[in-house]
Design a protein around this ligand. Structure first.
Ligand code: ZN
Length: 302
């Protein structure tokens, strides 16, 4: 069934920039966040509170968080991998929601966050409890839910078992991430539907990378299968430094174009997103992967 509306979480300031060779200036990150808000974004993943030696692009997490504009309707998400990161995020007083990550395989969990897969579920549950104790919310993403860079095919039952365990901790949503961009739409339909049925009424969020060109097809499959929220990054930047061959997120402007044409409201302004793509391309001095921003406006005058 085609829903009337879908929520989009803007992840460019974190996922979009963490894989860039050169760290973006804090002021430019804040300008990107301001553009996302101006375009209508109401949930934004603004940074990650991780070891700056592992992810130097996010070394300014505290500086970004403390300079965030005050906005009643905007939820700022900080990604964290462990209690230490959660403590840092909460200490800024400016992060509304913690984003935890549980990884579906041991090999990738060790590479990404030096935990086993079960250990990452336990850590995510602790992070959710810390957020709740501080009067904040938390969500959790199951990384490599559709395939692992080290172990290959992902058994759906493993993802379902993780979702069931994570649901016990009381996250506001559970995300399914195709961290390395290997998913296909049929696989997405099946897994999203099964996880949705399992964890209801907790909503499902999806996170796709366009590494093999299946990103938008996967978004559409997830939307039809009942996902409530889609992660996307302005310009289609992104990737995971710990997953070999990972590349950009689905571009926010491409997702919004597709959904808007299909009659699904996102609350986002396509023209403002295209302008943000062009601005970001200027800052990064290159053409960004997103496609809609490089194409003529359609229909004319819109
Ligand atoms: Zn990602």
């Amino acid at each position: 069934m085609v829903p009337n509306a879908i929520e989009i979480v803007e992840v460019a300031p974190r996922d979009g920039l963490q894989n860039e060779k050169v760290a973006m200036a804090t002021a430019d990150k804040l300008a990107l966040i301001a553009r996302a808000i101006a375009a209508g974004a109401r949930r934004i993943e603004v940074t990650s509170f991780v070891n700056p030696r592992a992810v130097p692009q996010m070394a300014d997490a505290e500086a970004v968080a403390t300079a965030l504009p005050h906005h009643d309707q905007v939820t700022y998400i900080g990604l964290v991998m462990n209690a230490r990161g959660a403590g840092r995020a909460l200490a800024t007083g400016r992060i509304d929601q913690l984003g935890a990550v549980a990884v579906a395989t041991d090999s990738f969990a060790m590479a990404n966050q030096n935990q086993t897969s079960d250990g990452s579920v336990a850590a995510a549950s602790d992070i959710i409890a810390m957020a709740q104790a501080a009067g904040k919310t938390a969500q959790v993403t199951i990384a490599a839910a559709f395939g692992c860079p080290f172990e290959g095919e992902m058994a759906p039952d493993r993802v379902l078992a993780m979702a069931a365990a994570l649901a016990q901790a009381g996250p506001v949503e559970i995300g399914l991430a195709d961290t390395i961009g290997v998913a296909d739409p049929a696989q997405v339909s099946r897994l999203v539907a099964r996880v949705r049925d399992l964890i209801a009424p907790i909503p499902v969020r999806v996170h796709f990378h366009n590494t093999r060109g299946t990103g938008l097809a996967n978004v559409w499959a997830a939307v039809l299968a009942g996902a409530a929220t889609v992660d996307a990054a302005i310009g289609g930047l992104g990737g995971c430094p710990f997953a070999p061959g990972a590349s950009g997120n689905v571009a926010t402007e491409d997702v919004v174009y597709m959904l808007q044409r299909a009659g699904v409201a996102t609350g986002l302004d396509l023209r403002a997103l295209i302008a943000a793509n062009h601005w970001l391309g200027g800052v990064m001095d290159r053409t960004l992967p997103g496609m809609v921003a490089r194409a003529p406006v359609f229909p004319k005058g819109s």
